[in-house]
Write a protein that binds this ligand. Structure first.
Ligand code: ZN
Length: 296
């Protein structure tokens, strides 16, 4: 059986792996994201050092990116504020160096595909994968296809109600201030409360507020896309008290409007963490590589 390469290209670290799926990850390396030249060269060195030839490589990248194969800037990281990385042709560099097909999508669409192949979205055709960490990103599938369209979803930047009397923090998004990401991503928690989320106790008022904001985002995705499940990963969600709070808030906000068992009775298996855990990203990249090879 042939092997695939995967790159989870994050804004703070790259994770590279070789394998064919969750039960077959043969090598893995992680290193910090520095300049594009240095970081991409390290990824190329990793794959070259692995002796067995690869059938394809997949890249699940921080963004914004251009995932449209018909576009002249396909495979580029486009307008990111991350210094040095705007307009980086990451796919071209890998394809030229390794001579294999390269699959490419957002980090969250990649993770969604990985969860669809091997994890919490198996058998579903319409679902969302959301990550809540240094930013908030969302991807997923509608009718069995990863969501693209104009470019790709930017679910973290939905606008939600912000009660300034309850929460005077103005928001941390450089573009919108108090969009969902500006109010609820990791940096917003740290700036609002003066401490990183992982250093706040589980009964701190930060968490009901966080759950409220996330639930406001989720109900917008639920009524718009009608997902069969919502998977939420990312560092902020590693707080175990958050999932139950978010589920309760979603039920309260929908207020009985959607008369479906998934929300009324079985919300514990409707809003869930990734089944692939912290490997969702790199396995998603391997799933993107597999899509490059017919009938793999
Ligand atoms: Zn924003």
């Amino acid at each position: 059986m042939g092997l695939y390469g995967g790159i989870e290209a994050g804004g703070t670290k790259f994770v590279c792996a070789v394998g064919s799926g969750p039960d077959d990850l043969r090598a893995e390396e992680r290193f910090p994201t520095t300049t594009p030249e240095e970081t991409i060269a390290r990824a190329i060195d990793f794959f070259r050092a692995h002796r067995s030839p690869l059938l394809a490589v997949g890249i699940a990248s921080f963004g914004p990116v251009d995932p449209n194969p018909a576009s002249p800037t396909f495979g580029h990281i486009t307008t990111t504020p991350k210094p040095g990385w705007a307009h980086t042709d990451i796919v071209g560099a890998l394809r030229q160096a390794l001579g294999v097909p390269v699959g490419f999508d957002t980090d969250v669409n990649g993770a969604a595909l990985g969860e669809h192949c091997w994890g919490a979205a198996r058998g579903l055709d319409t679902f969302i994968y959301l990550t809540v960490g240094t930013g908030i990103g969302g991807g997923g599938m509608v009718n069995g296809r990863l969501i693209h369209g104009l470019m790709h979803p930017e679910m973290g930047h939905v606008r939600i109600p912000h009660d300034l009397a309850l929460d005077p923090f103005p928001g941390a998004c450089p573009y919108h201030g108090d969009c969902l990401e500006g109010l609820a991503a990791g940096p917003a928690i740290e700036q609002r409360w003066g401490r990183r989320g992982e250093n706040l106790p589980p009964d701190h008022p930060a968490w009901p507020l966080e759950a409220r904001y996330l639930a406001l985002g989720l109900v917008n995705y639920i009524v718009t896309l009608s997902p069969q499940r919502i998977i939420i990963g990312g560092g902020v969600m590693e707080q175990p008290q958050l999932f139950p709070l978010v589920r309760r808030e979603v039920q309260a906000l929908l207020n009985g409007y959607l008369q479906v068992p998934a929300i009324l009775e079985d919300i514990d298996s409707y809003i869930v963490p990734p089944a692939l855990g912290q490997r969702a990203g790199v396995l998603g990249a391997i799933a993107l590589a597999r899509e490059q090879v017919p009938a793999s």
